[in-house]
Structures are given as C-alpha cells and as structure tokens.
Design a protein around this ligand. Structure first.
Ligand SMILES: CC(C)(COP(=O)(O)OP(=O)(O)OC[C@H]1O[C@@H](n2cnc3c(N)ncnc32)[C@H](O)[C@@H]1OP(=O)(O)O)[C@@H](O)C(=O)NCCC(=O)NCCS
Length: 328
C-alpha cells in the first residue's frame, strides 16, 4: 500500500437551528409521517431562515475544523468548496467564505459535483497536496438545498435539508491519511436529477420562475437503483486500490439520502450495518453537507478513533459518485 499524501487533520460541521418535522410537512403536502419514515427513514430536516446564508454555515464549519486541526486560518493556502447552491452565481462560494473568515489571498474555487461535492473537494485537495501546490487546504462541502426545492412537490420536498461541513487537509507524515479515492460520473444520466433552467442557456426569467424550471426535478425510483449500484462499485474500487477488503472497514459513512439506499449500499459493499453511520433521520439529504455532518457526529460520539479505516461514499446529480478511503 502506498504512503498517504494527505491527512485529514480536523473536521467540522454546521446545520441551521430551524427544524422542519414530518408533521410540519403534513400541513402543506399530501403526505404523512408514516410514509416518509417508511420510505426514507427521515423524521426531520433543517432549513436556513431567509436572513441566514449558506456562507454562515461554511464559516462555522470551517472554524470548527480549523480549531480541531490546530491549524491557524492564516496557514490555509487553498479553499475548495463543494457546492451546487453557492450564495450567488459570482463570485464562487469559496471566495465568499474566504472573505467571511478574515480574507487573505489563498486560492479559492468551487467544485460542482452535487451531493458528492465534498468527496470531490477532498480528492482535489489530496492531489494539490501530493503535487506540492498546496500545504494546508480547507475543503468544504455543503448545500442550501431548500433554495432549489419546489416546496409544493411531495416527491422532493420531503427528502432534503440544509447543512455543511469542512475538513482541514495537511501533508501526511505517517500511515494516516487518504489511502485511495474513486470518483466517477455519467453525464448521459443527467435527466434523473436536474434543474431545467436558470443557467446560461436559459437565464432566470419570470417565465422560468412561473414554470418552476429553476427548481429540482427528480426520477426517484431510477435514482435509487443507479445510486446503490454506483456507490457499491465505488466502495469496491477504492478498497481495491488500497489493497484492502470490506472486512477491513471500521466505519462506513455513506451519503445520507435515504435509509433504504444506505442499507442496500452497505449490503452490496459488504459492510455490516453496525459499522455504518446513519443520521439521515435528523437532517434528511443535505447534499454535499451530508457526509461531513455524519462524520463529525460519529467523531463526537466516539465512533471514530485514530487509526481506523473509514470509507466515505456518495452519489448525486450528474450522475456523479465517489468514494474516499481514509486511515483516520
Ligand atoms: C423518492 C423515494 C423516497 C420514493 O420512494 P418509492 O418507494 O420509490 O416510491 P414511489 O416513487 O414508487 O411512489 C410510491 C407511491 O407513493 C406516492 N408518493 C410519492 N411521494 C409521496 C409522499 N411524499 N407522500 C406520500 N406518498 C407519496 C407515489 O405517488 C406513489 O403512489 P402510487 O403507488 O399511487 O403511484 C425513493 O424513490 C428515493 O428515495 N429515491 C432516491 C431519491 C434520492 O435519493 N434523491 C437524491 C439524490 S442525491
């Protein structure tokens, strides 16, 4: 097994205070707590208030991660933000976070890969450290998913929430760090989960908004099947690259989209459920925020100890997917 190039020195996360329960959704949608819990495992999710920003979450998660890593903000030379819901179209979310954290001149850019955005960020960060281009990278992931959800569509409005997370990556000095990564995408499947308009082909207009074409559309059943297959493959590929097997995994932290998807993926990846981190019941699907939110909770609950083999895996719109294998 090769020596790791980069180590995750600290992780942090942040979610809004405002909670929306299934009972709240029952008041506006033709749905029920029982249906949502049975089909998804979700009981509640968080939502940013109108006067709050996703940048608030990224800044809070970053400060948390920097403190835990023992790295000063002034040492950060690169900020990478995995998000598909930047606070505004220009500049990047990463530049807004940089300004909020105290400025400076670190390189700052976004990675758009939907839900696996944080795993894509970690992989880019690892590569920049391996090449010597960077030494201290702040790799963020998160989304304000409520901003792209049609709140009147019961197919999607029950699933999502807002949240964010951050990691500080530094050069590895021993066998702890990122052991292997496996990213993939299948752009021909974009119709499974997409936003029809609001981009440069068809910029926002009153017509786009009236037709709700600036909001998410999803083919849920198809997404489910591709998600399980691609996440299981990504797990096997990352393990194979590192010369490890499913039995070597101490903790699997999958994208928190749906409890049934999590269970099916763990089964196909060969990881027993007692080694799987689940918090989808409290946050729903927070897109790129989901894995760091779960990882940080696992660490705070004492489920994550130095030296453990941790497998992170995700999927999302694109279609995109990714796995990152870490010796903690
Ligand atoms: C969306 C999802 C929960 C739906 O669950 P499902 O078991 O596939 O349910 P179906 O879509 O087959 O719908 C079953 C029935 O429930 C109904 N239904 C759908 N949403 C409902 C809701 N919120 N409340 C009550 N009933 C609902 C459907 O209309 C359908 O009714 P019918 O049988 O009369 O036609 C599931 O497909 C899923 O999680 N897919 C993946 C989505 C995802 O993770 N997206 C994010 C990717 S990052």
């Amino acid at each position: 097994m090769r020596k790791p190039f980069a180590r995750i020195a600290g992780v942090g996360s942040a979610a809004p205070d405002f909670v929306i329960t299934n009972a709240d959704l029952e008041k506006t949608l033709e749905t029920s707590d029982q249906w949502i819990v049975e089909r998804t495992g979700i009981r509640e999710r968080r939502k940013l208030r109108d006067d709050e920003s996703q940048t608030d979450l990224f800044a809070a998660a970053s400060r948390d991660a920097l403190t835990r890593a023992g790295v000063g903000y002034s040492s950060v030379d690169t900020i990478i933000c995995g998000t598909c819901t930047p606070a505004r179209r220009l500049p990047s979310a990463a530049c807004d976070v940089q300004a909020r954290l105290g400025g400076g001149t670190a390189a700052a850019f976004d990675v758009v890969a939907a839900c696996p955005g944080w795993l894509y960020s970690l992989t880019v960060a690892e590569g920049m450290i391996a090449s010597g281009a960077s030494r201290h990278v702040l790799a963020l992931g998160g989304d304000r998913v409520w901003s792209i959800v049609d709140q009147g569509d019961r197919n999607t409005a029950i699933l999502f929430g807002d949240g964010a997370g951050a990691a500080v990556l530094v050069p590895a000095t021993d066998d702890r760090g990122i052991l292997a990564t496996s990213l993939g995408a299948e752009g021909t499947l974009s119709d499974l989960l997409y936003i029809p308009a609001g981009g440069s082909d068809e910029p926002p207009s009153t017509q786009v908004v009236a037709e709700k074409r600036h909001l998410l559309r999803m083919a849920g059943r198809e997404v489910f099947k591709v998600a399980v297959r691609r996440m299981a493959q990504a797990c096997h590929q990352a393990l194979g690259k590192a010369g490890l097997r499913a039995e070597d995994v101490d903790l699997l932290v999958p994208h928190q989209a749906n409890l049934r998807i999590i269970n099916a993926t763990a089964g196909e990846a060969g990881v027993p459920l007692e080694k799987v981190m689940v918090n989808v019941q409290h946050y729903g699907n927070t897109s790129a925020g989901s894995i760091p939110l779960a990882l940080v909770q696992a660490e705070r609950e004492g489920r994550l100890q130095p030296g453990m083999v941790v497998l992170l895996v995700s999927f999302g719109a694109g279609f995109t997917w990714g796995a990152v294998l870490v010796r903690w």
